[in-house]
Design a protein around this ligand. Structure first.
Ligand code: ZN
Ligand code: ZN
Length: 270
């Protein structure tokens, strides 16, 4: 069963591409909406060798901000004992940088409660290209792989491969927005049946590894998507015993728990 009083995917003022909304503003919004459990999952610092290909190079928090982020959330927990506040990160799954990601973040793992592992970049000819930066940069992937469906298949197989690393060491609990390329699905003709084999393999791997999924409402707010991420794999995932955690992926306080009511009405199978 999905806990509709829990928002498991929240960004913070520590996000370089987010807003300056304070942590208290998120708590106030949670209080208004009856949300009791909040996991803050700021974009974790990226390995030094990785060159962020997004034009503003603002994908993630800087490493020297990480201790301040953790401290701010520890203070927030102490000040708001009536909420279950969890300290998390949204950790980038970067193909080819797995060991560096693990060694970079492991020193902080003891301070983390639960984290999300998310893939935002795909490896193309030794180059990592962004999946969700813009429709234009996404289209580069479609051209390089040959079709929207080919991008989806690569997105799935890349994650399947990546799950062989010991992400538990970074307190990974679930996989973020498992079908992120659908952010631009309206720009292409595609059929999920044509990516089904890769999707099923990934879901089996997730089930075997004991991870959950982030049922992420941000997709509903994207004009070329208009549906929550992971909703179309929900029935298959549930059959495999994979648990879901709702997440708004809010980068502003007003988006906290956005569209949770929509999910509650639609997803009666969860
Ligand atoms: Zn973000
Ligand atoms: Zn993300």
């Amino acid at each position: 069963m999905i806990d509709f009083t829990r928002d498991g995917h929240l960004h913070t003022p520590f996000c370089p591409h987010g807003s300056s909304d304070s942590l208290e503003a998120y708590i106030n919004r949670a209080s208004e909406l009856g949300i009791k459990t909040l996991t803050f999952t700021e974009h974790a610092p990226l390995p030094e060798r990785f060159h962020d290909p997004t034009p503003d190079q603002d994908s993630a928090m800087a490493l020297d901000s990480l201790p301040h982020y953790i401290e701010a959330l520890q203070t927030l927990k102490r000040a708001n004992p009536e909420f279950d506040i969890r300290i998390g990160l949204e950790i980038d799954y970067l193909p080819g940088y797995e060991s560096e990601t693990l060694s970079l973040l492991e020193p902080y793992a003891a301070d983390l409660d639960e984290t999300i592992l998310s893939q935002h970049f795909l490896l193309v000819d030794d180059e990592l290209l962004p999946v969700d930066f813009s429709a234009e940069t996404f289209h580069v992937l479609v051209e390089r792989f040959g079709s929207f469906e080919a991008v989806m298949r690569r997105y799935y197989t890349s994650l399947t491969t990546g799950l062989s690393y010991p992400w538990e060491r970074l307190k990974v609990d679930r996989i973020g927005h498992i079908d992120l390329p659908i952010k631009y699905q309206h720009n292409y003709t595609w059929n999920r049946l044509n990516v089904r084999d890769e999707q099923t393999r990934l879901l089996h791997t997730i089930a075997t590894r004991g991870f959950g999924l982030d049922l992420n409402t941000a997709g509903l707010r994207k004009p070329d998507c208009e549906q929550p991420y992971a909703i179309d794999v929900a029935i298959e995932a549930t059959t495999l015993g994979i648990p879901f955690v709702l997440g708004s992926d809010a980068h502003v306080a007003s988006d906290l728990a956005a569209d949770f009511k929509f999910i509650q009405k639609k997803a009666t199978f969860l």
